[in-house]
Design a binder for this molecule. Structure first.
Ligand SMILES: [Zn+2]
Length: 452
């Protein structure tokens, strides 16, 4: 292909890029970079026809308000929209050296565009919606035409969602999946509108999407290293709105690691704890509903780069969810924690678990679980260190250097995150011991509570 025949390169505008992927897959091309002039023409009739079907037409209200497709005064909506597409199509030209289109930057803009053709820009009555205070947004004919294919790949989650990814494989997977979904609508003659999995929390839908990619698409996700951003939006006349959620590649790789080390069950239990309203006795149906409709703090913390360590432990049942390999992968790769620090906490946990088993000192375990501040926690470590001397250990519990440098460095984990990590290791190491001694733990706890 010669350079003057290139019609599309990635623009960074999610509506243009999404539309380009939709057009490519409709034309059975493996990616949009080799779209040619003829490809633009082949699908105009298809989308004009689809967008006037009742349930698809409803979506258009939130994507292209005031469009000819939904304007009650337009008699033949399909024909009117087709003419708009045709006009854009007649002006399709390859990318140039430069241009003033805000999306591609490589073609000249003919007329300014408004929200009946470009989502989330203004209409010419409200020029304050446009950065330069002019009556429209500067999109070239080709980018405007590509955007018209975007509704095909949206999905519903409360409002509409558009997916953008750094990875072509992710885009290809998604667009191929919705293409199949639309084909089924065509063959059944039942046009139910865009993809809708019933998940009304957009963040949950983002994690569900990542999970389906990892489970259904067997490729080297660690090498692909994708980021995924979703745009949860409505362009509805009465209240246009936009929220953005970004899944970093570190979190995506962590999700891929969960599958690779077969930790799905543990991960499901961890995520379940992020639903505020889900209790131990909740039914499967309630849990299923929560995944679709309720906010989840494990998911939101992952997107905000906040810690999820506390969800890896179950203090009530003295249990660790998953194993040390899983939590240390998370700490190292998602939270960027240094290896030395992870190892220091692990070694401390191992020493304390040996001490508890040798001395049957469940009281200290319970006190660690209940510690409410840094002072109490530090004091408990000091007491354990002293009591441990009775077991003639080869090494002290904590060397001062480790304490300052690796256990409680400044600007790292908070004291209670360090405590939670320590508990995780204790629960993991003491698992069999705790199961065997469950009754005495209960008695021990009751005694301590009576004392206090
Ligand atoms: Zn353009």
């Amino acid at each position: 292909m010669t350079k003057d025949k290139i019609y599309y390169t990635k623009t960074g505008d999610p509506f243009v890029d999404g539309g380009a992927w939709a057009l490519a897959i409709l034309n059975e091309k493996s990616n949009p970079y080799n779209l040619d002039k003829a490809d633009f023409e082949t699908q105009l009739d298809f989308i004009s026809d689809l967008y006037v079907k009742e349930k698809w037409n409803k979506i258009i209200y939130s994507v292209f308000p005031n469009s000819k497709l939904i304007n009650p005064s337009v008699k033949n909506k399909k024909e009117a929209y087709y003419q708009l597409l045709k006009e854009l199509c007649n002006n399709v030209i390859p990318l140039m050296e430069k241009g003033n289109c805000v999306a591609c930057g490589k073609r000249r803009v003919g007329s300014l565009r408004t929200k009946d053709q470009i989502p989330l820009v203004g209409s010419n009555k409200f020029i304050n919606f446009f950065p330069s205070g002019v009556e429209g947004a500067s999109f070239c004919n080709v980018c405007t035409l590509l955007i018209q294919f975007c509704p095909l790949i949206l999905y519903k989650s409360s409002q509409l969602v558009l997916i953008q990814s750094s990875s072509d494989l992710v885009m290809k997977y998604w667009v191929t999946k919705v293409r199949k979904f639309i084909n089924e609508q065509i063959s059944l003659g039942e046009f139910g509108g865009c993809w809708d999995s019933g998940i009304t929390q957009p963040i949950n839908s983002l994690f569900d999407f990542a999970k389906s990619l990892i489970l259904e698409y067997d490729i080297q996700w660690f090498e692909e290293n994708p980021t995924i951003t979703i745009y949860h939006f409505t362009n509805y006349n009465q209240g246009p709105d936009l929220e953005l959620f970004h899944l970093p590649s570190t979190v995506f790789r962590f999700l891929a690691y969960i599958k690779q080390c077969s930790a799905n069950d543990a991960w499901n239990r961890i995520v379940r704890k992020g639903f505020f309203k889900i209790k131990d006795e909740s039914s499967d149906e309630q849990i299923k509903t929560a995944f679709k409709k309720h906010r989840n703090s494990v998911y939101t913390n992952l997107l905000k780069n906040k810690s999820i360590i506390k969800y890896f432990i179950d203090i009530k049942n003295h249990k660790a969810e998953g194993n040390w390999a899983l939590i240390s992968y998370y700490l190292k790769n998602v939270r960027s924690m240094k290896e030395e620090r992870i190892t220091a906490i692990k070694i401390l946990g191992d020493k304390i678990s040996d001490f508890i088993q040798e001395t049957n000192n469940l009281k200290r375990l319970h006190q660690l679980e209940m510690a409410k501040n840094y002072f109490t926690f530090r004091n408990l470590l000091r007491l354990i260190s002293k009591e441990r001397l009775s077991t003639n250990p080869e090494e002290p519990l904590i060397k001062f250097d480790d304490f300052v440098k690796d256990l409680f460095p400044e600007d790292a984990l908070s004291w209670n995150e360090t405590r939670d990590l320590l508990l995780f290791r204790l629960y993991e190491q003491l698992h069999e011991y705790l199961v065997k001694n469950f009754e005495s733990i209960k008695e021990e706890i009751e005694d301590i509570e009576e004392e206090s």
